[in-house]
Each structure stands twice: as structure tokens, then as C-alpha cells.
Design a protein. Structure first.
Ligand code: EPZ
Length: 425
């Protein structure tokens, strides 16, 4: 499938943000730990959610996903498979998050090692270091990693890097371990807090989520629960940038402004008007000249790496020279080549890109290479003169629920067609 974007006007209006992809995926994995009925609400309509649904079903979990209502009901039987299917783990890295829950519940687990992906090698050594500290025996062979233990025991674990996934996997495993687990130098993203809230609502005893040290006191079992996931801060940020790059006026609702502090600061630096009121954030680009600025991606609460491509797209039209430095991943500049084909002036120097603002971008045929790079190309197409065709939009639909529909409701002109189809002029 591809998007054909012919847009030449500012986007204006109000758009509701969906539930967070990076909150709902770990929460779905954590459901493996529970005994009883689990309901998850505000679930975004994403292909990644369908992949995680398939993963849970393959393990034996009973899952009913009503994607119209955005509600998942699931229940975990006594007997579960301990092996995660290869084809699902290689399709979505987040499937690796079933390892901690399966290890804690069954005492043994066999999961394919997730390969690298477009943006980097993305090892899982910190996850495995945590499981070993909790008393699991780890064996890596034939592309699988297996772990087993008679009983997980609480431990003190220091993460060399505040890895989001490692924090989540270890925290989930620790909920059913014997005794206290302390995870130090852990990730503090809002999605970690949401996962801890989900687990505590099911009877876990987790303290300190959102700070650099999480303490987990193991319990015997977790019950069912009913949880609404937090809004998707990255989707919200993408719409806020759309207001800037089309010189429009967009209000995003169902958003937690506190989760977007670093982006809001940067949007103000480039001379956009940002107004936070109650449940919404309004961004005005109309009549305002974009100014260059520098940005470096960092773990939360620093500027999010998942907003780097979208923000770079905004900078391609800002007056002056900007520098974007990507510190989380070794290869997250794949959008640069495609943006240059649309007329952007960008030079990569190792982990940094230097962007010279240009007066306009021109439409072109481009390819999405990964989720956030694809989102950046949509933003570029919204502000480019002429028509832009983005192919391989399956990357984008992994993480954005009805992106074309939402943007068209703001006045954009995006058509979704089969890859082979031509737009009837
Ligand atoms: C989560 O990935 C997000 N995915 C990513 O979002 C996001 O980019 C990332 O956190 C950073 O914020 C989900 O939550 C499903 P990490 P995760 O472990 O957990 C290194 C998107 O676009 N590392 O914090 O995989 C790793 O190589 C996606 O929605 C190790 O070295 O991120 C990377 O350089 C993309 N060893 C850095 O840490 C490990 O054991 C960040 O990885 C684990 C990670």
C-alpha cells in the first residue's frame, strides 16, 4: 500500500490522540502474569497490536480484540506454551517482552533472539543480565535464547543503560519472584509508569516507577484487572509538528502535556506558538517564520528519539542551520536520503545531521524505511509542492492508527492506494 499526498494548505482543527503503542504492547505481554479476566481499554488500531494478539494466542492466551471499540479482553489458562513463535518475534521486536512474564509464570521460556532492525542492532544483553541476576539459567543457541529456573529470587540489578525494554522485562519477571528486586539506573519513560500501574492494579507491589530506581516486592500471583492505557505521546507530537510544517493551527486532545515537555520546549525554540489548556495542546504555525535550532535525542525526559525524524523534517524549512544528534541508535537517519530527494539540504556527519533550511520541499516518490522515518515523509509530503507518493506504508501503520483519516480531518488530502495502483488523475 502507499499514500498519495497532494496537499497545499495549512492543516487546521482538532484531533484526538489514540492510546500509546509503546504502553499497550508491554501491558498486553504483562497480562501473561495474571490469573483472571483482564480488560485493556483505549487500545490503538495498529498492526503491532494485532501481532502481539497473535503472539498471546500462540502461547494459549484467550484474546478477544474489538478494534472498533479499542478494547481487548483476555484470560490466561493454567497451561501456557513456553516457546514464542519465530515468525512473530522477527516481525516485531516488542514480542521479546513476553520473555519476562513467561519465565516468571512457567519457570522456563524459549524465545527467538530478536534480530536487529532498520534503525540499529538493538541487542537484548541487559534483559538477559537481569534474568540471570534473578536466578535464571540462560542458554543462547540456534538463534534462540532459553531461560529456566526453579524459582526467581529478588536481586539488585544495575542497568548499564536505562533501556526501556530491559526495565519492562525485568520488572515484569520480578513481580512473581521471591523477595525484593531493586532495578537501578532504569528507564523512566511514561510507558514504564503505565506498565507498573497496570501490574499494581493486578496485585503487584512495585514502587518507584518513573524514577531511576524501581523496587519490586514479589507476590504469589496476580489477579485480573481493567486498565486504560495512556495516550500516545509520539503520535501527539507528530500532529503538533504537522501544525508547524504546514503553518497551520492544530489542537491535539487526549494528551498528557507533561509527557511532551522536551518537544514543547523545542517547538517554542523554532518559533511556534504552543498553548496548553486542560486536556489539549494547541500549536500554531500560521504566520510564523520557523527558526533553526539544535536537538540531541536522549532517554526520557530528554528529547525522544522517536520524534527525531519528524522534528528533522520541520527543521528542513527553518531559516538557518540546525544540528540533529541521534544518541540512542546507530542508524536512525534513513529518512535523510528520502528528504533530500524532496529538496531538503541535509549533511550527515557520524551521529549528527546538519540541516540548512530551504524555502520549500517538492513532492516525489519516496519509500518508508521504518515507522518514524515514514511519519516524517508524511509530514514532508503535507508541506511539499506537488504530489508525494510514499510506498511501504506498512511501516507507518505499525504505529499510527488511521493517520491518513486523522490528517484528512484536518484538511489534508491523502489517498491510500495499492502499491501497484496509479492514482486516477
Ligand atoms: C523502546 O524500544 C521503544 N519501543 C522504541 O520505540 C524507542 O525508540 C526506545 O524504547 C527508546 O526510547 C517500544 O517501547 C515497543 P531500549 P526498546 O531498550 O525497549 C540499547 C518506536 O518507534 N540496548 O531503550 O528496544 C539499544 O541498542 C520504537 O515506537 C542495549 O544495548 O529501546 C538502543 O541503542 C522504535 N542492550 C538503546 O539501548 C539492551 O539489552 C535503547 O534501547 C537493550 C537496549
Amino acid at each position: 500500500m502507499k499514500y498519495i499526498i497532494q496537499n497545499d494548505k495549512p492543516l487546521k482543527g482538532i484531533v484526538k490522540v489514540s492510546g500509546s503503542k509503546n504502553a499497550v504492547l508491554p501491558v498486553m505481554a504483562a497480562s501473561i502474569l495474571t490469573d483472571g479476566a483482564v480488560t485493556i481499554r483505549d487500545v490503538p488500531c495498529l498492526s503491532d497490536v494485532q501481532t502481539m494478539e497473535s503472539m498471546l494466542q500462540a502461547l494459549g492466551v484467550k484474546v478477544r480484540y474489538d478494534n472498533k471499540a479499542g478494547v481487548i479482553n483476555l484470560s490466561v489458562p493454567e497451561r501456557l506454551e513456553h516457546e514464542a513463535p519465530y515468525e512473530l518475534v522477527c516481525k516485531m521486536r516488542a514480542s521479546f517482552l513476553v520473555m519476562g512474564p513467561l519465565l516468571a509464570r512457567l519457570g522456563k521460556v524459549n524465545v527467538p533472539l530478536p534480530g536487529g532492525c532498520a534503525i540499529g542492532s538493538r541487542p537484548v544483553d541487559l534483559h538477559l543480565k537481569g534474568f540471570t541476576a534473578l536466578g535464571a539459567e540462560i542458554v543462547q543457541e540456534h538463534g534462540f535464547v532459553s531461560a529456566q529456573t526453579k524459582k526467581l529470587r529478588g536481586a539488585k540489578i544495575y542497568l548499564d543503560f536505562p533501556s526501556v525494554g530491559a526495565t519492562e522485562n525485568i520488572m515484569m519477571a520480578a513481580t512473581l519472584a521471591e523477595g525484593m528486586t531493586v532495578i537501578e539506573n532504569c528507564a523512566v519513560e511514561p510507558e514504564i509508569v503505565d506498565l507498573a500501574n497496570f501490574l499494581n492494579s493486578a496485585g503487584a507491589q512495585i514502587r518507584g516507577a518513573g524514577t531511576g530506581t524501581i523496587r519490586v516486592t514479589g507476590v504469589k500471583r496476580l489477579n485480573g484487572t481493567d486498565h486504560t492505557v495512556i495516550p500516545d505521546r509520539i503520535e501527539a507530537g507528530t500532529f503538533m509538528i504537522a501544525a508547524g510544517i504546514t503553518r497551520g493551527d492544530i489542537t491535539v486532545t487526549n494528551v498528557v502535556a507533561d509527557h511532551l515537555k522536551s518537544l514543547i520546549a523545542k517547538l517554542k525554540e523554532v518559533n511556534l506558538l504552543v498553548d496548553e489548556d486542560g486536556d489539549g495542546i494547541r500549536v500554531i504555525g500560521e504566520g510564523r517564520k520557523l527558526r533553526a535550532t539544535d536537538v540531541k535525542t536522549l532517554p526520557y525526559p530528554g528529547f525522544p528519539t522517536d520524534m527525531q525524524a519528524q522534528f528533522m523534517c520541520l527543521l528542513t524549512k527553518a531559516e538557518g542551520a540546525s544540528i540533529v544528534t541521534e544518541t540512542l541508535y546507530e542508524n536512525r537517519f534513513m529518512h535523510v536520503g528520502e528528504l533530500k530527494r524532496m529538496g531538503a539540504d541535509i549533511k550527515i556527519e557520524s551521529r549528527s545531521a546538519v540541516i540548512e533550511g530551504v524555502p520549500e520541499l517538492t513532492g516525489a516518490q519516496v519509500k518508508a524505511t521504518d515507522l518514524r522515518a515514514g511519519a516524517a515523509l508524511v509530514l514532508a509530503g503535507l508541506s511539499a509542492s506537488g504530489s508525494t507518493e510514499i510506498s511501504d506504508i506498512y511501516h507507518i501503520e505499525r504505529g499510527y492508527c488511521e493517520l491518513d483519516t486523522k490528517l484528512n480531518s484536518l484538511g489534508a488530502h491523502i489517498i491510500r492506494v495499492g502499491q501497484g495502483e496509479e492514482l486516477i488523475k
